[in-house]
Design a protein around this ligand. Structure first.
Ligand code: GLU
Length: 469
């Protein structure tokens, strides 16, 4: 049997991190088994539908490096097929027309509430209709749900989950206006698309009991199910905006690498021993449904940072230059070939210091900024009279350097410290750093000076010395 999974998001305008995890698991499972992952947009809610919302999901998948097979299927476009199945069920006696008015349904709801029943519809149109169909009322179509016994879902994650049939209504499959309900549309689409494995959030487990009634009524094979536990915030409450970023785009903008995000999302609910770092190639060999945990996972920002820092170190330097250049573009900093060269030369050090691309961009920004630049408060404090004195000494001695290398610069700084500051190197480096970078922290300063080059260093020192601090 060829494994066919599916990724059926509802387009909400962004890609939730839980949706991304579901997509990743479906993708890994399909790819691991040489199968297919199909992509269906559940776009039946026309009021909320927009093409941009679909694009957001496509962009999210593309960024994460998750691909799919075939064209994107629109659920809305399949509406006629859904209606056709509803009518087929009607014909075979597995479903029926219900003509209840909203008032009647309201009354049933109230009665059920009083009696403490979960289901409310009294099935009055099911077997012995109370009257001839009322004139001018368009009926809905309801499925005949089993009225006794137990329903069981066999789930690869949750095990056998049971519910008493009494708890399941004869739910609507086709509305009075001829549009399908979600319950019907999902089953028909999954069947028609040949889906063998449904891997989705456990908020859909209750729907599964209902969906299986449709499968059985049609005599279709029920897929293998795996319902993934929720993602919680660090405090154990369902992950929401309150905890920070919840969409994939936000994580991209916060400077996480897609391969790190894949690794992190994989571990958010799936495990392989104690392994934390699992590269995608490895995941493609290991991923199975047995490794999915039964309890909800907590989002852990420290772990995400740790995983991202790991992948930053592995990442190709010129790719990182491209990625930080994109960030600078957003900051309206124009990146020239010279800037790229500087970033590239220093990338080994820069990437080992940063947990995210944004941190890397902050850390390296002085390499790409131009005069005039701002001095932060700590830098200004360094550029007092004493500090400026040291900057001037260094500036005056720079011209005498034969080679503008980190070693030569280090020797110069050390001798300046010996001569003017009792050998305290920090008292030289701090004002020098403030002058060159406008801030009080930077990667290795002498190496950065070498990357900046003599001309730029001199211009910057002159600028800092002339700056009214
Ligand atoms: N469209 C549903 C959602 O975004 C998924 C339905 C399913 O997986 O069956 O939650």
């Amino acid at each position: 049997m060829t494994v066919v999974t599916r990724f059926p998001p509802s387009p909400t305008g962004f890609m939730h991190i839980g949706t991304a995890r579901t997509g990743l698991f479906n993708w890994l499972y399909a790819r691991r088994h040489g199968g297919k992952m199909l992509f269906r947009i559940e776009d039946t809610d026309r009021a909320r539908h927009s093409e941009e919302a679909v694009t957001a999901i496509v962009n999210g998948l593309n960024w994460l490096g998750i691909d799919w097979d075939g064209d994107i299927v629109s659920q809305f476009a399949m509406a006629d097929r859904h209606a056709e199945i509803a009518l087929e069920l009607l014909k075979s006696g597995k479903a029926y027309y219900c003509y209840c008015s909203p008032e009647e349904l309201e009354q049933m709801r109230e009665d059920a509430k009083k009696e403490g029943r979960i289901t409310f519809y009294d099935r009055r149109w099911r077997d012995n209709p109370p009257s001839a169909p009322p004139e001018g009322v368009k009926p809905v179509i309801r499925i005949k749900a089993p009225m006794s016994g137990e329903r069981v879902v066999y789930d690869k994650v949750q095990g056998e989950v049971r519910v008493a049939s009494e708890q399941l209504d004869d739910f609507i499959i086709l509305r009075a206006d001829g549009t399908p309900t979600y319950m019907l549309a999902v089953v028909v689409d999954d069947h028609d698309m040949g889906v063998t494995h449904v891997i989705r959030g456990d908020d859909h487990l209750n729907n599964t009991f209902r969906q299986n009634i449709i499968y059985e009524a049609m005599g279709w094979d029920i897929p293998t199910y795996a319902h993934l536990p929720l993602i919680l915030g660090p405090d154990g409450v369902k992950l929401s905006k309150r905890h920070g970023a919840t969409s994939v785009e936000e994580y991209r903008d916060m400077g996480y690498l897609p391969e790190a995000m894949r690794n992190y999302l994989l571990r958010l609910g799936w495990s392989h021993g104690d392994d934390e770092i699992i590269e995608t190639d490895q995941a493609l060999q290991w991923f199975d449904l047995e490794g999915i945990g039964q309890s909800a996972s907590r989002f852990d920002f420290d772990k995400l940072n740790y995983v991202n820092a790991h992948y930053m170190k592995l990442a190709d330097n010129s790719r990182l230059v491209d990625l930080v250049s994109d960030i600078y573009q957003l900051r309206n900093i124009n990146i020239t070939p010279l800037h790229r060269e500087r970033l590239l030369v220093r990338m080994d050090e820069l990437k080992s210091r940063s947990k995210t691309l944004v941190q890397l961009a902050d850390d390296a920004e002085f390499l790409v900024k131009s005069i005039p630049y701002d001095f932060d408060e700590k830098a200004l404090a360094q550029l007092n009279e004493d500090g400026k004195f040291i900057v001037r000494v260094i500036r005056d001695n720079l011209s005498g350097l034969d080679d503008f290398t980190a070693e030569e610069l280090e020797t110069l700084c050390k001798s300046t410290a010996d001569y003017h500051r009792d050998g305290k190197l920090g008292k030289v480096m701090m004002p020098l750093r403030a002058a060159l970078t406008g801030s009080a922290s930077s990667p290795s300063l002498v190496h950065a000076m070498e990357a900046l080059g003599k001309e730029d260093v001199l211009l910057r020192l002159d600028f800092a010395l002339s700056h009214n601090t």
